[in-house]
Design a protein around this ligand. Structure first.
Ligand code: ARG
Length: 589
C-alpha cells in the first residue's frame, strides 16, 4: 500500500518529493527551501525544477563550492534519488533542471488508475469539514443571473472539495430577514384577507408582489407605519406574523427549488434568520474584546486598512447584513467546526467580506495568516453581460427568470438534436435527457470556463456551438470515445486485467501524460478555488485525444488493446471532470 501511495496521485507532487530529497543533499544548510516544480511544454522536458536561480543568492558568499546557478542546477540533477518515473534530465540556461517522464511509468500509472479507480487521484487536503456558502438569493426579490453564477461556481467548488474527501456543508444563506418583511406581510394581509389559505398561484409572482407592496409603502404613510409595526411583531415572534412570513418564504423557496432541480444542485438552507438569535451573544463577545465602538449613534468596528467602519448595530438599534455575517462566521467556526469557509458572491461584496474576515481575525476566531486553517475565503465573480455589453437582460423584461433561461437552453439543444435526426433514432426519454445534459451543461460550462473574476457575456449561440471550447463539443467528444469502445465489441473490464498500455507513438505519449496530470489540475482548481483551471484541462484533454485518434487508428490494429485502454482512461477522466463541473455526461450522439 505504501508503495501505491507514492505512485498514485499528483505527478507534480511526486516529482517535487524527489527534488526535495535532492535539495536536502545539495544544499543541506537551506532547510526551509521548498522544491519549485512546474509542468512545461518545451522540447527539453515535461517538467522543470526552478530552484537553482533563487538558491544562488542565498548560498553565494557562504563558502559554497558552486560557481553559479547552472552548477547548482547540475548538482540538483545529480542528487535526484533513483526513480522509475524519470527517463532523463538535463540542465538548461541559467540552471533549470528539465525532466522527461518515463513513458513506461506513465503507461503503468494510467493502468493503475484504471484498476484502482480515479478516486485515488483526488487532492489530499488537510481539513475535514468546509462550508460553501453559495447561491443565496433573497426572498421575494429577484433570483438573478448573479445568483445563477454563484450557484454554478459554488456547486463546482463543493464538488471538488467532496471529491477530496472533505465533508461539505452546502449553505444557502438566503436573505429571509429584514425590514422589507413588515411591508410584505402587511400587504399580504391587505390583498389576501384569506391569506392563510391563499395558494402560491393566487399570490402569483412574488417579484411583482414585492414591487406593488413597495409602492404602497412609499405612497401611504399609514400603511408605512403599519409595516414598521409589523417588523417589530415579526421579530417579537408573534405567531400570526411568523406564519405570514413563513408563507412568503415558502413561495420563494419553491421558485428557487425549480432552478436547483434543473441544475442538479443540492443545497441546504440556513438563511439569515437562522443566525438572528446568535447575534446578541456574538456582538457581546466582540464587545468584551473591545472591538465595538459607538459612532454617530451606531455601534461599529473600526478596522485597519478600511476608511469606513463595519456597522454592526444600526442607529435605530436594528441588525444588518454585517451583524448576520459575523454571527454566521462565528457559528460556522465554533458550532459547525468548519475549517474552511468559502463565500461565493459577485466581486461587489469583496469589501464586506474582507471586513468580516478581518473582524474575525481580530477576535481571534481566525488565524492572522491567510493560508493556515481555519480559513475563510471570498470567491468573487464578475458580471454577466448581454450582447450589448451591458448587464444581462432578456429581450422585453427587466428581469431574467432563471427557470425560463434554463428552459430555453434545453429547448435550443433539443431543437439541434432533432435537426440531426435524433428524434427518429432515440426514444423520447433519451432525447429529453440528452437535451437537458447538453443545454444545462452548456450554461454551466460557459460560466465556469472563464476566470471567474472577469465579466462574461451570455450568448446561447456561442455556448451551444458544437465546435470550440463548449460543453457541447466536450460532451460529443466523450460520446464519440464511448462509441469507439462500443464498436470494438471488447469487454473493457476484461481488457483492464489482461492488456497492457504502451505509448510508442508521440501522440499516445502526449495523451498519456496529460491524463496523469488530472490530479495536479484538480488540486490547483480546488485549492485556488478556480474552476476554469479544470475546464482548461478538460478542453486540452479533448484536443489531445482528437490528435491521438486522428493519428493512431484503434480498431483492428495490432495496438488495439492498448489504444482501447487509452480511450477508456480518457473517458474515465473526462467523466470525472464533468462530474466535478456538475455536467451530466452523454454516451451516445
Ligand atoms: N443574499 C446575498 C445577495 O443576494 C448573498 C449572501 C451571501 N452570503 C453571505 N453569507 N453574505 O447578495
Amino acid at each position: 500500500m505504501a508503495n501505491d501511495e507514492e505512485t498514485l496521485g499528483s505527478l507534480k507532487k511526486q516529482l517535487a518529493k524527489l527534488f526535495e530529497a535532492s535539495l536536502r543533499v545539495t544544499v543541506p544548510t537551506e532547510t526551509d527551501v521548498e522544491p519549485l516544480v512546474a509542468a512545461c511544454t518545451g522540447n527539453f522536458g515535461d517538467y522543470q525544477c526552478n530552484n537553482a536561480m533563487s538558491l544562488w543568492p542565498r548560498i553565494k558568499g557562504k563558502g559554497t563550492e558552486f560557481r553559479g546557478p547552472p552548477a547548482v542546477g547540475q548538482a540538483l540533477m545529480k542528487n535526484i534519488p533513483q526513480s522509475e518515473m524519470i527517463e532523463k534530465c538535463s540542465v538548461a540556461g541559467p540552471g533549470f533542471v528539465n525532466v522527461v517522464i518515463s513513458k513506461n511509468w506513465i503507461a503503468k500509472s494510467i493502468q493503475k488508475m484504471l484498476t484502482h479507480g480515479i478516486g485515488e487521484w483526488a487532492p489530499r487536503l488537510s481539513i475535514q469539514r468546509a462550508v460553501v456558502d453559495f447561491s443565496s438569493p433573497n426572498i421575494a426579490k429577484e433570483m438573478h443571473v448573479g445568483h445563477l453564477r454563484s450557484t454554478i461556481i459554488g456547486d463546482t467548488l463543493a464538488r471538488m472539495l467532496e471529491f477530496s474527501n472533505v465533508e461539505v456543508l452546502r449553505r444557502n444563506h438566503v436573505g429571509d430577514w429584514g425590514t422589507q418583511f413588515g411591508m410584505l406581510i402587511e400587504f399580504l394581509f391587505e390583498k389576501f384577507p384569506n391569506w392563510e389559505h391563499a395558494s402560491e398561484t393566487a399570490i402569483g409572482d412574488l417579484q411583482a408582489f414585492y414591487k406593488a407592496s413597495k409602492q404602497r409603502f412609499d405612497e401611504d404613510p399609514v400603511f408605512k407605519e403599519r409595516a414598521q409595526k409589523a417588523v417589530v411583531k415579526l421579530q417579537g415572534g408573534e405567531p400570526k406574523y411568523r406564519k405570514a412570513w413563513t408563507q412568503i418564504c415558502d413561495i420563494s423557496r419553491s421558485e428557487f427549488a425549480k432552478v436547483y432541480q434543473r441544475l442538479g444542485v443540492t443545497i441546504e438552507e440556513k438563511g439569515e434568520s437562522f443566525y438572528n438569535p446568535y447575534i446578541p451573544g456574538v456582538l457581546e463577545k466582540l464587545s468584551n474584546l473591545g472591538l465595538i465602538e459607538e459612532s454617530q449613534g451606531a455601534r461599529v468596528i473600526f478596522l485597519e486598512g478600511f476608511n469606513i467602519p463595519l456597522i454592526v448595530v444600526k442607529s435605530d438599534g436594528g441588525y444588518n447584513y454585517a451583524s448576520t455575517d459575523l454571527a454566521a462566521i462565528w457559528y460556522r467556526l465554533n458550532e459547525e467546526k468548519a475549517e474552511w469557509i468559502i463565500y461565493v458572491t459577485d466581486v461587489g461584496q469583496s469589501q464586506h467580506f474582507e471586513m468580516v474576515f478581518k473582524a474575525a481575525k481580530r477576535a481571534g476566531w481566525l488565524p492572522a495568516d491567510n493560508n493556515s486553517y481555519p480559513r475563510a475565503n471570498h470567491v468573487g465573480f464578475g458580471l454577466v453581460l448581454g450582447e450589448d455589453g451591458k448587464r444581462f437582460r432578456t429581450r422585453n423584461t427587466e428581469v431574467v427568470r432563471l427557470v425560463d433561461l434554463l428552459d430555453e437552453a434545453k429547448t435550443r439543444s433539443k431543437a439541434a438534436l432533432i435537426e440531426r435526426g435524433k428524434d427518429k433514432e432515440w426514444t423520447e426519454d433519451e432525447l429529453e435527457q440528452t437535451a437537458e445534459a447538453v443545454g444545462y451543461g452548456a450554461v454551466k460550462y460557459a460560466d465556469l470556463k472563464n476566470n471567474r473574476l472577469t465579466n462574461y457575456t451570455f450568448n446561447f449561440d456561442q455556448m451551444l456551438n458544437d465546435k470550440g471550447n463548449t460543453a457541447v463539443y466536450l460532451l460529443y467528444a466523450h460520446a464519440r470515445i464511448c462509441s469507439i469502445i462500443r464498436k470494438s465489441g471488447k469487454d473493457m473490464e476484461e481488457l483492464k486485467k489482461t492488456a497492457e498500455i504502451s505509448l510508442d507513438h508521440p501522440d499516445e505519449r502526449v495523451l498519456g501524460l496529460h491524463l496523469l496530470q488530472f490530479a495536479e489540475n484538480v488540486e490547483e482548481a480546488c485549492t485556488n478555488l478556480l474552476p476554469n483551471v479544470l475546464c482548461e484541462y478538460l478542453y486540452n484533454l479533448s484536443e489531445n485525444f482528437t490528435k491521438f485518434y486522428s493519428n493512431c487508428p484503434v480498431i483492428g490494429k495490432p495496438e488495439e488493446a492498448s489504444r482501447l485502454l487509452l480511450c477508456e482512461a480518457t473517458a474515465v477522466v473526462m467523466r470525472q471532470c464533468f462530474h466535478l463541473l456538475g455536467i451530466v455526461p452523454v454516451y451516445k450522439i
